[in-house]
Design a protein around this ligand. Sequence first.
Ligand code: ADP
Length: 498
Amino acid sequence: MQIMLVAAECAPVAKVGGLGDFVHGLARELARQGNTVEIVLPKYDCLRHDRIDDLHKAYRDLWVPFYERSVHCDLEVGRVDGVQCWLIDAHSPRNLFERGRIYGEPDDVERFAFFSRAVLEFLHKSNKQPDIIHCNDWHTGLVPVLLFEIYEGLGMTRPRVCYTLHNVGHQGVTGQSVLYQVGLDSKRMPTLERLSDPGDPGAVNLMRGGILYSNTVTTVSPRYAWEIEHTDQGMGLQGTLAARAQKVVGVLNGIDVDTWNPATDSHLVAPFTADSLPNKALSKAALRQRLGLQDASKPIVSVISRLDRQKGVALLQHAIYYALENECQVALLGSAPDPAVDRLFRGIMDEMEGSPDCQLELDYDEDLAHQMYAGSDMIVIPSVYEPCGLTQMIAMRYGCVPIARRVGGLADTVFDANYSDRPFEERNGYVFNDFTRDGLDSALARAIGLWFRFPEYFRQLRINGMRADHSWSKPAERYLSIYASVRPEAEGALTELA
Ligand code: ADP
């Protein structure tokens, strides 16, 4: 099958979070399973060029409509870990993708609406008609809209669209001028109605457009699929999704088991596996040394996270103090986009200055992240909501036991040591329900108690997590069957729109 993945991120060249890991991991596995896979990204100035092989210009002079004018673009192509990756280089006086970062600009909607139109213009002008265009999150929600409203009429009849929701907390809600920007008829009622925001019918909701116009909609865990259809986790889109439940599927993400492999990880002082777990102690000692923590008979409790509301800032803060009061060491690696949250954690960092048991690194640091997964005993993930969450799966692979809130993908992957109804060999962590300090304490206290009193049982939990299959192999097979189900040749294919 020919699959074109369209997204704002792809690890490791343009990664902010789990979306980047998804695109990279799924693309590689689909290619490994014999499919033709291509990725398209904007050519950001902050791309990791060192991670793109054989990058060269492939097309010149692509003109992309932008309001009443056109923007001149070139296409570059290279390989990211073996997968072909196209970069749309927009030469706009507005410097749409030369901002030193991927998101967080006041004109983000305009930037990614432009990208969406540019992707289709590129496919059209280069005569590419993949079987599946796989779009992701609000940034590319306009791709199926433009495909079926404009480009199908220009002969692009082959592609079907799969649209994956990674985080319904960001929907790309904006004014109607975006339609004019990308060349959609802003007076045409069906288009306007399909794109209107449920909370504000005068506004345009790009994610809603993506949901209505795509042939199939997926999200990144079965539990999150249920939550966004049936609870306020849908953030206003629950009605839209529930009404189309037959085309909404939850597929649990995988992780890239080559990047995240304690047996081969070059970031570690010594490799280890479930059969050589004592070697993990070398990583723990190295982590202590790197972070200036004392050598003591204590577990290391970690946090590796974007520090924002979704990740449960208040409980993360509480976890630091609770763990320290209960004879643990604490290591936190996180970056806070919100200045108020950044100040909060900088305050704690100052307070802990010189502490032999606590170190906060307010930064984004891949190398340290690998060493923390390897050197820590537990990781705290008290999310308010969590579509899938990769952190808990990565942690488990490194024998680090997750303490997680039972929400979204965390509920689908972390099975409580004491209360899960799963067989013992599938239990791998500690879970709590309520977003309260007591809730978190109940799980953290059990984990810490086990580490001190029953180390052999704790070791078994680590091993259970390490042995679980979190690779992309099965999720990619699942995606292939979803793609196949919406191809016109599939019996009973779901191709009806809206
Ligand atoms: P989200 O995409 O919501 O941020 P996920 O759990 O899906 O959360 O993915 C987080 C990814 O980002 C993981 O690979 C994690 O290791 C990584 N990560 C998060 N914060 C940092 C950081 N400060 N430094 C390095 N890696 C980080």
